[in-house]
Design a protein around this ligand. Structure first.
Ligand SMILES: CCCCC/C=C/C(=O)SCCNC(=O)CCNC(=O)[C@H](O)C(C)(C)COP(=O)(O)OP(=O)(O)OC[C@H]1O[C@@H](n2cnc3c(N)ncnc32)[C@H](O)[C@@H]1OP(=O)(O)O
Ligand code: NDP
Length: 246
């Protein structure tokens, strides 16, 4: 995500809890595009004080912050009846509370300065379809969907745009374990009308569009890029076998 945004011309601060991961991202961008495009700032999105410090440091490093991408997430597959209160909380605190902490911190700075900015939240189509096996993450993403629409409407008159991208499966990060098993990977692909998994850079380009002035009249919207996965293949593959077909 960060590298592709830099390729498209952005300067970015990458943030997360693990310094080594952030430094590796910055080093990769430095090696490809030269220094001064990407910077690392550690933060924990569950902690408002940590987010405040991160926003301040990002402003120092970049001069001004024009956009925020709420990407942090966490999940583990679990049957709902086996999920503990703490397990539910662990995911909601990262995804829903973390998105709020970052969005409110950055947007308050924009509003106080009398300037606008763009927020893009990472959703998934199961924010509205639901997702058996990951009720914690689906509930949190559903909350982020409502937050996107609410704040999109609430702040658009101040020039602060809030939108979301809803990617399908990408064989990276928290889901790369799926891609490692060829049989599981093929089952995932079989359910996708477009017939392939999503490339991370395709998600980044959708995020870049919503961050850009080209999306200046797009408010509280969700750009879904899942190869038609959430629409499903319906009866298409069975049409030759269905009674009544001539
Ligand atoms: C159509 C496209 C769909 C694609 C969707 C993809 C969406 C994504 O979001 S991908 C991003 C995924 N990224 C990650 O998952 C990041 C790595 N994961 C984590 O960091 C952890 O899973 C975390 C979310 C639980 C966060 O860890 P932490 O806050 O350190 O939590 P604890 O280890 O302290 O555990 C808290 C609580 O949760 C219970 N728990 C943890 N793992 C499991 C598990 N595998 N099964 C069941 N329960 C689990 C743990 O036991 C604790 O509860 P208590 O025991 O009651 O204290
Ligand atoms: N992968 C996929 O197939 C899909 C992903 N998405 C969404 O895209 C986004 C990125 O997914 P993906 O790249 O797979 O996720 P990853 O698990 O690879 O990345 C999640 C990032 O969140 C950071 N993070 C987790 N907890 C915290 C925290 N408390 N504070 C700060 N940072 C935190 C992690 O860094 P660290 O642990 O160092 O803090 C990590 O960099 C997520 O929002 C996800 O829901 C949507 C659809 C499909």
């Amino acid at each position: 995500m960060a590298a592709e945004l830099c390729r498209l011309g952005a300067r970015v601060v990458v943030s997360g809890r693990t310094k080594d991961t952030l430094d590796a991202t910055v080093e990769a961008v430095d090696a490809e595009l030269g220094p001064g495009r990407a910077f690392a700032v550690t933060a924990d999105v569950r902690d408002p004080a940590s987010v405040e410090a991160m926003a301040g440091r990002a402003t120092e490093l970049l001069g001004a912050v024009d956009g925020l991408v709420n990407n942090a997430s966490g999940l583990f597959p679990v049957k709902a009846e086996e999920l503990t209160p703490n397990g539910f909380d662990a995911v909601v605190r990262i995804v829903l509370n973390g998105t709020w902490h970052c969005t409110s911190e950055v947007a308050r700075r924009w509003l106080a300065a009398g300037r606008g900015g763009a927020v893009v939240n990472l959703l998934t189509p199961y924010a509205w379809t639901g997702a058996p096996g990951i009720v914690h993450n689906a509930s949190a993403k559903g909350g982020v969907l409502a937050m996107t629409r609410t704040l999109g409407a609430e702040w658009s008159g101040h020039g602060v745009r809030v939108n979301a991208v809803a990617p399908g499966w990408m064989p990276v990060g928290g889901t790369d374990f799926l891609a490692g098993d060829p049989a599981v990977r093929q089952r995932l692909i079989d359910a996708i009308p477009a017939g392939r998994l999503l490339k991370p850079e395709e998600t980044a380009r959708a995020v870049a569009y919503l961050l850009s002035d080209d999306a200046s009249y797009v408010v509280g919207e969700v750009l879904t890029i899942d190869g038609g996965h959430h629409l499903s293949k319906g009866l298409y593959e069975f049409t030759d076998e269905l009674p009544g077909r001539s």
